[in-house]
Design a binder for this molecule. Structure first.
Ligand SMILES: [Zn+2]
Length: 189
């Protein structure tokens, strides 16, 4: 495990991410930008096999909202902040209807157990949920989840519409949650 240093920012302690070569500058990685990525954005790297897992879950029940969390790693490279999403953990116990999704205490304990088993002490770099047939945005309830459970600068939200086959990320930018693009990392074969 890399050692983490801390910067004091008022009452907050923010871990300084370790320096690691960003995949866009790594000749071994095959990455494709998707959507609008600004130079000062947190750069998000999502692997093809993880996206396949998320989409399979999203399409497993297009009649109601489904979700889960994204374990990963947070790095910097020459002043650019970036996250690598290392996998996907489905929320198994949740409250959902055709148009709402929220985590419950049971879903959290299951998620944390599975995270420890499969991803050890990796942090959660975000969460995912579906909006079957009504598009990619964050509702008031989604914003509540983002603000209370995923409020660190490197924690993102992914919304998938499995009926329209669209998806989009949202990230914290100057204290606000804004939509953003991401880098798709192709599987190595
Ligand atoms: Zn939502």
């Amino acid at each position: 495990m890399e050692s983490s240093e801390f910067i004091h920012a008022g009452d907050l302690e923010i871990a300084v991410p370790p320096e690691k070569l960003i995949p866009t500058e790594d000749p071994v990685q095959r990455v494709e930008p998707m959507g609008t990525i600004r130079s000062d954005d947190l750069h998000i790297f999502l692997r093809e096999n993880t996206l396949r897992e998320i989409v399979a879950h999203a399409k497993s029940n297009p009649r109601c909202e489904l979700g889960g969390v994204l374990p990963g790693s947070f790095y910097q490279w020459r002043g650019r902040l970036w996250i690598e999403i290392d996998g996907y953990i489905r929320a198994e116990h949740y409250v959902h209807t055709a148009a709402s999704f929220r985590f419950t205490a049971d879903s959290w304990s299951g998620i944390l157990k599975e995270k420890l088993r499969r991803f050890e002490d990796k942090p959660l770099v975000g969460w995912q949920h579906t909006h079957p047939g009504y598009g990619v945005f964050l509702s008031g309830l989604d914003m509540f989840i983002q603000e209370h459970f995923f409020n660190l600068p490197h924690q993102v939200a992914l919304v998938v519409d499995p009926k329209a086959d669209t998806l989009g990320f949202f990230q914290w930018k100057r204290g606000r949650v804004t939509s953003c693009g991401f880098f798709f990392v192709l599987d190595r074969d």
